[in-house]
Design a protein around this ligand. Structure first.
Ligand SMILES: Cc1ncc(COP(=O)(O)O)c(C=O)c1O
Length: 458
């Protein structure tokens, strides 16, 4: 379908943008996508692809949605921009109110940003400012998991659990303290998945002890993993335990739901799966505007936000906070969530998709694990199903699956994380609007992709 597997180097002034920054010889070709509708994308040669992972798990309502496009155009004509430090705007007020209602008690206040990394930055800045304003200035440490992903600004890179980042960050930013992520697929010899998750929670307690609770500001975790862990879902007992530890040590618990929130896992917030262990702060982005506009958010309790407002107020902002066009896009996306019942569809379609992947696994020994929740699924590729032996890094499994995917009409989100230390996987997270027939087509093409990959790598 896509004839060339060679890398694309910038060859003309038209290629001087993103391609120039990211192209590397020997990597995966990037088709020039000219149009998209629903779960499909078409390149400049007319080839059709299925958007298997919704980009990087962004396009929750699918492409080419007329209601959202019209809402954006109408807002741009009515009020394009209003600086949030000087004036208020209606779309922002309406959107934040609706988002807070969906998030439920404990998340009454919403601070908008332009994306996920900014949302994480704002969450930490908010907690830090709250700590200083309420007489706890020593609280600076932010504990995160190894592996994990929280963003690409310098501060959020330092929060990421990615062993490959150390040389880049050395001297530039202080890597935050880490505890092991409760990955249940490959666990140390004396553990099963549950006992390993208990061990990981014990590590949080030990880390807080080691740093001194008075110095620890927050523990930040992806409640359902994204690409960094391949959609790991910790057991309920883990969430209860980390909530209890954070309460006991007066440490804020932050759920990074930038990828897993917005109905992806079958509840509006992933946190809603574990209502007895709700976090203090939730960050959202990606699915909020579903790719139609840059948008992210910090959800916080009214009690904290209002208390801080009475002390110093939150001091930090971006020019594009509370942007009317992004808010209008977010509102229109929520209309589509409601109209198409997308949170519930995430449960039913997710089950169908997971069953289809399991059927593929019986024929394809390269599939080691299928994990995730709702329509947030990942497939781990292995050299051997029984021993769970990972494929060697030199084979570049995450690149090769993308190449074979493209040859079979699939755009797949996958890249090496933590240098492949924890294994190799790719995301299966198509738009929540996918139909049964489209799921069948996706699975058929994925089966062909993995057969081609097996023929090359095994
Ligand atoms: C869990 C998680 N947190 C944060 C981010 C950063 O979001 P953004 O790319 O919008 O800055 C991502 C993006 O992939 C993510 O998956």
């Amino acid at each position: 379908m896509v004839p060339t597997l060679s890398a694309q180097r910038p060859t003309s002034p038209q290629d001087a943008g993103q391609t120039a920054f990211y192209a590397k010889s020997g990597t995966v070709p990037m088709p020039l996508i000219e149009r998209a509708a629903g779960i499909h994308m078409w390149d400049s040669a007319g080839n059709r692809y299925i958007d298997v992972s919704s980009g990087p798990v962004v396009s929750n309502i699918g492409h080419g949605n007329a209601h959202v496009a019209d809402a954006i155009a109408a807002q741009a004509r009515t009020l394009d921009y209003a600086f949030p430090r000087l004036v208020r705007n209606r779309p922002n007020m309406d959107y934040t109110e609706r988002l807070a209602a969906l998030a439920g008690p404990g998340f009454e206040r919403v601070c908008l940003t332009s994306g996920g990394s900014e949302a994480m930055e704002n969450a930490i800045k908010f907690l830090r400012q709250y700590a200083v304003a309420t007489g706890k200035p020593a609280k600076t440490q932010v504990i995160t998991c190894q592996p994990s992903y929280h963003g690409a600004t310098i501060a959020t890179l330092a929060m990421n659990g990615d062993v490959m980042l150390a040389p880049f960050l050395d001297g530039l930013a202080q890597v935050t303290p880490k505890v092991p992520a409760p990955i249940g697929y490959r666990v140390p010899g004396n553990h099963d998945a549950d006992s390993y998750a208990r061990h990981c929670a014990d590590c949080l307690e030990a880390k807080i002890d080691e740093l001194g609770a008075d110095n620890v500001l927050a523990f930040v975790i992806e409640p359902v993993g994204g690409l960094s862990t391949g959609a790991v879902v910790p057991p309920h007992s883990y969430f209860r335990r980390i909530r209890e530890i954070c309460n006991r040590f007066n440490v804020h618990l932050v759920f990074d739901e930038i990828l897993c929130g917005m109905g992806r896992t079958g509840k509006f917030l992933a946190a809603h799966h574990w209502p007895d262990a709700l976090p203090d702060i939730v960050t959202l982005a990606k699915g909020m505007a579903s790719g139609y506009s840059p948008l992210g958010a910090v959800l916080a309790p009214a009690s904290m936000v209002d208390e801080l407002a009475g002390l110093s107020g939150f001091e930090f902002q971006y020019s594009y906070n509370a942007n009317p066009i992004s808010s209008a896009a977010g509102l229109a996306v929520l209309d589509e969530y409601e109209r198409l019942d997308l949170v519930n569809r995430s449960v039913t379609c997710g089950e169908r998709l997971r069953q289809g992947l399991k059927d593929l696994q019986t024929d394809l020994p390269i599939i080691g694990d299928i994990r995730g929740k709702g329509m947030l699924l990942a497939v781990e590729l292995v050299a051997d199903q029984a021993s769970k032996a990972p494929l060697p890094n030199e084979l570049q499994p995450t690149d090769r699956v993308r190449v074979h995917g493209m040859n079979n009409g699939l755009i797949i989100y996958s890249r090496p994380t933590s240098g492949g230390k924890y294994g190799h996987w790719f995301m299966v997270s198509p738009p929540l609007t996918i139909t049964d027939d489209e799921i069948s087509e996706l699975l058929g093409r994925l089966g062909d992709t993995l057969r081609d990959l097996s023929a090359e790598l095994l």
